[in-house]
Design a protein around this ligand. Structure first.
Ligand code: NDP
Length: 400
C-alpha cells in the first residue's frame, strides 16, 4: 500500500484521482495538488461521492522545484503521477530526485517557447535516477502509453519479428461545438500543426503538416479519414521494437475541424511567440486557449466512441501475419463513471496503472524507462479491470 501524489487537476487529473481511489488495494492515501486548489477540491468531492474515499488537496506551483519538494516531504508519498502539462516534466523529475520518490508522466517534455517533441531531455536523467535507485516511467497515457504496451505485448507473445507498425487513433466523439480540442488546446494544437514525421529503415522522413491521409477501417467505428502526424512514441518504439522497418502514427480529424484549424493558423492565432497587443505581450495560442471550450466542460455533451490501437505486421513461425490490437471507449459511459470524456479517461487509466506498476514493485527498476521497456503482462492484465478492455483482430496481410 502506497501513498500517491497526483499533480494537475485538469481532465486527466480528475480520472487519475478517481482511478487511484478505485485501486484501494494499491493506494492507501491520495494527495491531489495543482495550481488552483479549488479545482482539486471539486475533484475530491466527486471522488468522495463516487467511491466514498477521501482524497487530500493542496496548491502547488509545479514549475518551482523547492515548492514541490516541500510538499513531497510533508506528505511523504512513494511516487508522483504528473498530469500537469509537458512543460512541468523536468522540474517535477528534479523534485522527485531531490525528495527520493518515483516519477510517472503521460507526455514528453516540451520547452514553452519551442514546439519540439523529443525524449532527449528526459532520457538525460537516466544516470541520476539510476544512481538514486529511483524509477521514472515516461509516457504512461494511452498514446503514448497503452499503444507502447500493445507493441511490447505483440513483440513478446504474437510475433517473432515485427516489421511495420501504424498507430491508429480515432475519436468519433461529437461535442456539438464548432471547434474544440479534447485535451489542453495549447498542447494539442502545438502537436498537430507541426510537420509530419515517421521512421523508416533507420531514417526519419518528413511530410507537410496533415498532408498524408488514409481512410482506415476501424472496428466499431467504420472507415475514418486518418492523417499522418509525428507523435512522441515513435521515437522510443523505433529503438525498442526489434527488427522494425517502419513506424507511423495516424489520427482522425473531421473536415470541419481541419478547416477551422487552417483558418486559425493562417491568421496567426496558433503562433507560440509573444506579440505586442495594446501595450502588452500576449502569446496568440494562449489567448486562443482562453477562448476555446475548456476540455473538462466537454464531458457531459460528448457522444460517440474512440478507437485507438496498433496495426502490426510481422512474422510468426515463418509466416507473415497482421493484427490490429485496440481498445474502444464510449464517451458517455466514461462521463457516467468519472465525469470526464473518453480522451481524459483513456489517458487517466494508464497513468494510474503506471503508478500502480511502480507501487506494487512490478515495474520498479532504477533509471528512466518508456513503458514498452517494462513487462507488458501485468499492465495488460489490469487494463480491462480498470475500464479499458482490449481486443485483437486478425487482418489480411495484403492490406498492410
Ligand atoms: P489540462 O490543461 O486540463 O490540465 C492540466 C492541469 O495542470 C491543470 O489543472 C493546470 O492548472 C495544471 N497545471 C498547469 N501548470 C501547472 C503548474 N505550473 N503547477 C501546477 N499545476 C499546473 O490538461 P489535461 O488534463 O487534458 O492533460 C494533462 C496532461 O496529459 C498533459 O500533459 C497532456 O499532454 C497529457 N495527455 C496525454 C495523453 C496521452 O495519451 N499520453 C492524451 C491526453 C493528454 P490550471 O487548472 O490552473 O490551468
Amino acid at each position: 500500500m502506497s501513498k500517491v501524489l497526483i499533480i494537475g487537476a485538469g481532465g486527466v487529473g480528475n480520472v487519475v484521482a478517481h482511478k487511484c481511489a478505485q485501486a484501494r488495494e494499491v493506494f492507501s492515501e491520495i494527495l491531489l495538488a495543482s495550481r488552483n486548489e479549488n479545482k482539486c477540491r471539486a475533484i475530491a468531492a466527486n471522488v468522495k461521492a463516487a467511491t466514498g474515499r477521501d482524497i487530500q488537496t493542496a496548491t502547488v506551483d509545479a514549475d518551482n522545484v523547492e515548492t514541490t519538494v516541500a510538499l513531497i516531504k510533508k506528505f511523504q508519498p512513494a511516487l508522483l503521477i504528473n498530469v500537469a502539462l509537458p512543460y512541468q516534466d523536468l522540474p517535477l523529475m528534479d523534485a522527485c530526485l531531490h525528495a527520493g520518490i518515483h516519477y510517472v508522466d503521460t507526455a514528453n517534455y516540451e520547452p514553452l517557447n519551442y514546439a519540439k517533441f523529443e525524449y532527449s531531455w528526459q532520457w538525460a536523467y537516466q544516470e541520476r535516477f539510476k544512481q538514486a535507485g529511483l524509477t521514472a516511467l515516461l509516457g504512461s497515457g494511452f498514446d503514448p502509453g497503452v499503444t507502447n504496451v500493445f507493441c511490447a505485448y505483440a513483440q513478446k507473445h504474437l510475433f517473432d519479428e515485427i516489421e511495420l507498425i501504424d498507430i491508429m487513433d480515432a475519436n468519433a466523439g461529437d461535442h456539438g461545438h464548432h471547434f474544440a480540442t479534447n485535451f489542453n488546446p495549447e498542447i494539442n494544437i502545438r502537436e498537430i500543426t507541426q510537420r509530419g514525421r515517421y521512421w523508416e529503415r533507420g531514417e526519419w522522413k518528413e511530410t507537410d503538416p496533415l498532408s498524408v491521409r488514409q481512410d482506415y477501417e476501424y472496428p466499431v467505428l467504420g472507415s475514418k479519414p486518418s492523417y499522418l502526424l509525428y507523435h512522441e512514441e515513435l521515437e522510443s518504439l523505433a529503438l525498442n521494437i526489434r527488427g522494425l522497418k517502419r513506424i507511423r502514427f495516424f489520427m482522425t480529424f473531421s473536415d470541419k475541424y481541419l478547416t477551422h484549424l487552417r483558418v486559425l493558423e493562417n491568421v496567426g492565432m496558433t503562433r507560440i511567440d509573444p506579440v505586442e497587443f495594446q501595450g502588452q505581450q500576449i502569446v496568440p495560442i494562449q489567448f486562443l486557449k482562453a477562448l476555446l471550450p475548456d476540455p473538462a466542460s466537454l464531458g457531459p455533451r460528448t457522444k460517440g466512441k474512440t478507437c485507438i490501437g496498433c496495426d502490426i505486421t510481422g512474422t510468426k513461425d515463418g509466416k507473415k501475419k497482421r493484427i490490429f490490437i485496440y481498445n474502444t471507449c464510449d464517451h458517455q459511459e466514461c462521463y457516467r463513471e468519472v465525469k470526464s470524456q473518453a480522451i481524459s479517461y483513456t489517458t487517466g487509466v494508464p497513468a494510474m496503472l503506471g503508478g500502480a506498476m511502480l507501487a506494487t514493485g512490478q515495474w520498479l527498476r532504477p533509471g528512466v524507462w518508456n513503458v514498452e521497456q517494462c513487462d507488458p503482462d501485468p499492465f495488460m492484465d489490469a487494463l480491462g479491470k480498470y475500464g479499458l478492455p482490449w481486443q485483437i483482430q486478425e487482418l489480411p496481410v495484403a492490406g498492410a
